[in-house]
Design a protein around this ligand. Structure first.
Ligand code: PA5
Length: 447
C-alpha cells in the first residue's frame, strides 16, 4: 500500500548534505522527547498516541451522535474558533464535493461554521439563511470561555429555543468542551446537552482527531474510522528511527536547516483548491506552535495555479527568504480530458486527449523548477490521492513534524502565550468585569 512521502530533491542545491544528515540524531532525540514526554509542554502530548487509543466505543458514540443530528438537520452549524474550528473545516472541505453547497438535494446536511469571527454581517446572514431550515448546533470550545464562539452560541441557542422550544432545542445542541471547567461546561450540565470531553492533555490545534474534529466530520457524512486508520498508519511510520524511512523526520529537519540559512517564510502550496483549508489549519498549527520567543518560520499559503497569477511574481523574484512546500496529489478523483476541436482556433489540439491533470502536473513541475532557479527551495509532500485515509496520514504527519520542529527551535510547541495580548486589550476596551485597571490604562492610551 502507498503512503504519504516526502521528496527533498529540489532542496539539494540549497543545503549541505552532511549538515542535513547531521540532523538525524537530533530529530531522533526530539522524537523521543515527544514520545517519552520529557520535552517542553509535555503535559500537552495526549495527541501523540491518540490514533492508537481511540476506542471503537468512542467512534461508535461519535457516529451515532452524528446520525441523530443528521436525521433532524438540513444544516449543522459548528461553532468554534482556532483549533476548535480549522481541523473540521479543513477535512470537510477537502473531502466534500466542491459544489455540494449549491445543491438543494443532497444526501448530507450542509456543515456551516459560526463563532470563527466577530462579523455581525456574517452571523446575521447565517441566521437569516437558517430561518426556514431545520438545523442543529455543535458548540466547541476547550476553555469554554472564548468570546467569539460564546457570542455565537448565545445567539444560535436562543434562536433554536425560540424556533423549536427549549426541549427540542436541547436535542439539537451538542457541546464539546472541558470535562469540568468553563461556561460552556456549566451551561451543558445545566441544560443537559449531549456532550463530549476534550482531554486536558490535548491542545486546540492538535485536537482534530478528537470529537472536536471527528464529530463535525462524521456529521458531514465522512468515514472517521478511515481517518483514524490513516493517522494510525502515519503514527507508526513516524516512529521509525531511520531518517530515510521517516518522512516526518525529513520534513522537520529540512525546514529547520533552511530556516538557519535565512529561509524564514514557508509557503504551503497546493495545485488543488480542495486543500485550501488544509493550509489554513496548517498555518495555525505551525504559526501558534513555532512563532514565539522572537523565533519561528512564518507560515503562508498559496493555491496554484490561481496564485501563480497573483503571488507567483513575488515568489519568483521578491525577497529571497522563502521556501516552498507543495502538497502534491498523485491521482485525481475524477477524469476529464481536453477534447479535440476540428477548428482548433484556440490552438489547443496539441493537448487534445490529455487529462487536465496532466497539464496541472506539468504546471507543478515547471513552477517547481522555475522557483528553484529563483532561489526558492522546494519540498514536496506526495499524497497518493485525496481520501479519508490519506487525510488522516497528512494530519498526523504535520502534527508530529510540528512538535519536532518546535523542539528543534527550542520553543514549547504546545502553548500560545501571545494569543492573550489581543484578548486583554479587547476585554479592557469592552469594559469586561474584572478588567477595570486595564480599562483605565487603555482609555488613557487611546484618548
Ligand atoms: O490551539 C489553540 O489552543 C487555540 O487556537 C484554540 O483552539 C482557540 O483559541 C479556541 O479556544 P477554545 O477551544 O478554548 O475556545
Amino acid at each position: 500500500m502507498k503512503h504519504l512521502q516526502v521528496d527533498l530533491k529540489n532542496t539539494s542545491s540549497f543545503i549541505d548534505l552532511e549538515k542535513f544528515n547531521n540532523y538525524e540524531n537530533r530529530v531522533i532525540e526530539n522524537n523521543e522527547q515527544v514520545t517519552k514526554k520529557t520535552g517542553k509542554g509535555n503535559d500537552f502530548l495526549g495527541w501523540v498516541e491518540l490514533p492508537g487509543h481511540i476506542s471503537q466505543d468512542q467512534i461508535t458514540e461519535i457516529n451515532s451522535t452524528a446520525k441523530s443530528l443528521r436525521e433532524i438537520s438540513e444544516v449543522i452549524v459548528v461553532i468554534g474558533i482556532g483549533g476548535s474550528y480549522l481541523g473540521a473545516k479543513a477535512v470537510i472541505e477537502t473531502l466534500s464535493g466542491q459544489f455540494d453547497y449549491l445543491k438543494s438535494e443532497i444526501e448530507n446536511p450542509h456543515i456551516l461554521f459560526a463563532g470563527q469571527n466577530l462579523s455581525e454581517d456574517y452571523h446575521y446572514e447565517l441566521l437569516d439563511f437558517l430561518r426556514e431550515k431545520k438545523y442543529s448546533v455543535v458548540a466547541i470550545s476547550k476553555s469554554g470561555t472564548t468570546t467569539e464562539p460564546a457570542i455565537a452560541f448565545r445567539i444560535f441557542r436562543q434562536n433554536l429555543e425560540a424556533r423549536f422550544g427549549k426541549e427540542e432545542a436541547s436535542k439539537r445542541i451538542v457541546a464539546i468542551t472541558d470535562k469540568s471547567k468553563g461556561a460552556l461546561r456549566d451551561l451543558t450540565d445545566q441544560e443537559n446537552y449531549k456532550s463530549f470531553v476534550i482531554d486536558d492533555d490535548i491542545g486546540g490545534r492538535y485536537s482534530v482527531l478528537t470529537p472536536v474534529g471527528l464529530l463535525p466530520i462524521a456529521c458531514a457524512g465522512f468515514d472517521i474510522n478511515a481517518i483514524i486508520e490513516g493517522s494510525k498508519s502515519m503514527m507508526h511510520i513516524a516512529d521509525k528511527n531511520s531518517f530515510k524511512e521517516n518522512p516526518v523526520y525529513q520534513y522537520a529537519a529540512i525546514r529547520h536547516l533552511l530556516y538557519t540559512k535565512g529561509k524564514t517564510t514557508e509557503i504551503l502550496a497546493n495545485y488543488n483548491p480542495r486543500l485550501n483549508f488544509i493550509a489554513e489549519w496548517w498555518k495555525q498549527l505551525y504559526g501558534e506552535s513555532e512563532g514565539k520567543e522572537n523565533k519561528g518560520i512564518f507560515p503562508a499559503s498559496v493555491s496554484f495555479t490561481a496564485d501563480l497569477h497573483s503571488l507567483g511574481q513575488y515568489i519568483q523574484e521578491g525577497l529571497r527568504n522563502i521556501f516552498e512546500t507543495v502538497i502534491s496529489i498523485e491521482k485525481t478523483r475524477y477524469d476529464l480530458t481536453i477534447p479535440q476541436d476540428e477548428d482548433n482556433f484556440d490552438k489547443l489540439n496539441y493537448l487534445a486527449g490529455k487529462p487536465i491533470d496532466y497539464v496541472n502536473k506539468m504546471a507543478e513541475l515547471g513552477t517547481t523548477l522555475a522557483h528553484v532557479d529563483g532561489n526558492v527551495p522546494n519540498i514536496k509532500i506526495i499524497l497518493p490521492e485525496i481520501s479519508e485515509f490519506y487525510i488522516g496520514e497528512l494530519i498526523y504527519f504535520f502534527e508530529k513534524a510540528c512538535a519536532i520542529s518546535g523542539y528543534l527551535l527550542d520553543v514549547n510547541p504546545f502553548d500560545q502565550p501571545g494569543v492573550e495580548a489581543y484578548k486583554k486589550n479587547m476585554f479592557a476596551l469592552l469594559e469586561k468585569p474584572g478588567f477595570e485597571e486595564e480599562t483605565k490604562k487603555i482609555k488613557n492610551r487611546i484618548s
